[in-house]
Design a protein around this ligand. Structure first.
Ligand SMILES: Nc1nc2c(c(=O)[nH]1)N[C@H]1C(S)=C(S)[C@@H](COP(=O)(O)O)O[C@H]1N2
Ligand SMILES: [Mo]
Length: 440
């Protein structure tokens, strides 16, 4: 790091919502910062807004150092510190007409490393979230099989299990950005994205258990137990490769929002294929052409035709800090540029970062572990000289595929598409240090 002569710069975090849960308005946040209150590099809104009582600071002894603390076991299931109450999933006002068929976005700007905490994993439902009694839940496997079977959760938990770290990205992540920059922060531009350690049984194990027809089987239909009865076609190559029947999420039973007690996990493929609350798998020889793979989740091309079954989430990356809505307070300060990169085709090979809108690129440092079809954390040291800058990141995956510029993607896909926008994101830092979502 070459920052010995530069002080770490302070960042005022984005006011993610006009009114934060703690009741502070955006205006108050800025007012507090302007008044010279401590602003921290961590990007925590409440820290930036705090006006600290000098009685709490050294050499005084604060109250929490003078009294007996809470006993163990008062929080049998722990929760984040109340001071972190601004770090939450958020819905985009006006995006959907109901909150049952909608999405709540992951606060990527506030997360470290590559694992999404379970309470912050984005949630996307087509008909609301069912709360399912695991003892009453059943999975049927039928179709081109020797013997149809109905499994209980106890049955599934007895099969040999595996754990693997994979991302889930909704095919509609960044969908609002096709025409122009539409939303202010990375939570909304890229927050239909999560990454967890999933535990479960390889789908191939259960397909063997029912004796699927190896000659005729070409596709699997997966169906959810929500009232959407959501169904998706999965090619047999995927099914026999790395698809999981997952019941574990970061060490505990999968959360209701993520499909409790059982979901399909189709690594590298758009989120919709990872059917939650999984109740039925049918083995067949043709794709089913369901609602969610014809009317929805197909790609409208500039000539008016529709591209169907575009499964894979191609290589993509985004800088999570500095990012939209933040405010760099120190000209000449050191800022670590950091973000996430991923590819549905395997591992991330390299991430390049530009601070001048893509004219010059530097190679970012990739944090281990670098896993296939998982998020990869990248970092780069940077000094903000105080002049306007255009921050971009570009992911290159192990196949050699290079994440496209917005312009390149539009040349092929037009501007009226919804799904599979993996274009390079640009954050503009203006002369005052404010960070904006722009397209160049
Ligand atoms: N049964 C069912 N499965 C579902 C959905 C749904 O509405 N019902 N939504 C899908 C979509 S569109 C996405 S992007 C992912 C989101 O997974 P998550 O909510 O765990 O983040 O779940 C998929 N699986
Ligand atoms: Mo999705």
């Amino acid at each position: 790091m070459d920052s010995s002569d530069h002080k770490p710069g302070r960042v005022l975090p984005a006011a993610e919502a006009s009114l934060s849960p703690s009741g502070r308005s955006r205006r108050n946040l800025f007012a507090a910062a302007a008044a010279g209150a401590a602003a921290v590099a961590l990007g925590r809104a409440q820290a930036a807004a705090a006006e600290v009582d000098p009685k709490l600071l050294p050499p005084n002894v604060p109250p929490w150092s003078q009294a007996l603390g809470k006993p163990v076991g008062v929080d049998p299931y722990g929760a984040p510190s109340p001071f972190e109450r601004n770090i939450i999933r958020r819905i985009s006002p006006g995006l959907t007409t109901t909150t049952q068929s909608s999405v709540a976005f992951t606060p990527l700007q506030n997360l470290f490393g590559i694992i999404t905490p379970n309470g912050l994993h984005f949630e996307r439902h087509h008909n609301g979230r069912p709360d399912i009694d695991p003892y009453a839940h059943r999975l049927i496997i039928h179709g081109l099989v020797r013997e149809s079977k109905i499994y209980t959760m106890e049955d599934i938990l007895r099969f040999p299990s595996v754990s693997r770290i994979h991302f889930i990205e909704c095919g509609a992540n960044s969908a609002m950005e096709w025409g122009n920059p539409a939303v202010p922060t990375v939570q909304y531009t890229h927050g239909m994205l999560g990454c967890a350690e999933w535990t479960g049984v390889p789908l191939s194990t259960l397909l063997d258990d029912v004796g699927f027809d190896r000659k005729k089987a070409k596709f699997i239909l997966a169906e959810g137990a929500d009232a959407a009865g959501l169904t998706r076609t999965i090619p047999i190559e995927f099914a026999l490769d790395d698809v999981l029947l997952a019941y574990g999420q970061n060490g505990e039973m999968i959360r209701p929002e993520q499909g409790y007690p059982l979901r399909l996990l189709v690594p590298g493929v758009q989120g919709i294929s990872s059917v939650k609350w999984l109740r039925r798998l049918k083995v067949g020889d043709q794709p089913w052409n369901t609602r969610e793979e014809s009317l929805q989740y197909s790609d409208l091309m500039p000539d008016g035709s529709s591209r169907q079954y575009t499964w894979i989430q191609e290589a993509k990356s985004v800088i999570t800090s500095p990012s939209g809505g933040q405010h760099l307070l120190d000209k000449g300060g050191y800022y670590q540029i950091t973000g996430l990169a991923w590819s549905g085709r395997g591992k991330v090979r390299r991430v390049d970062v530009s601070t001048d809108g893509g004219r010059n690129w530097r190679t970012a440092v990739l944090q281990e572990p670098i896993l296939s079809k998982a998020l990869t954390r990248f970092r780069l040291d940077w000094h903000w000289d105080g002049s306007p800058a255009l921050l971009q990141s570009r992911c290159i995956d192990e196949t050699g595929y290079v994440q496209p510029k917005m312009r390149q993607l539009r040349e092929v896909r037009g501007t009226r598409s919804i799904y599979h926008n993996n274009a390079i994101q640009t954050w503009q830092i203006d002369a005052e240090g404010k960070v904006h979502n722009v397209q160049v």
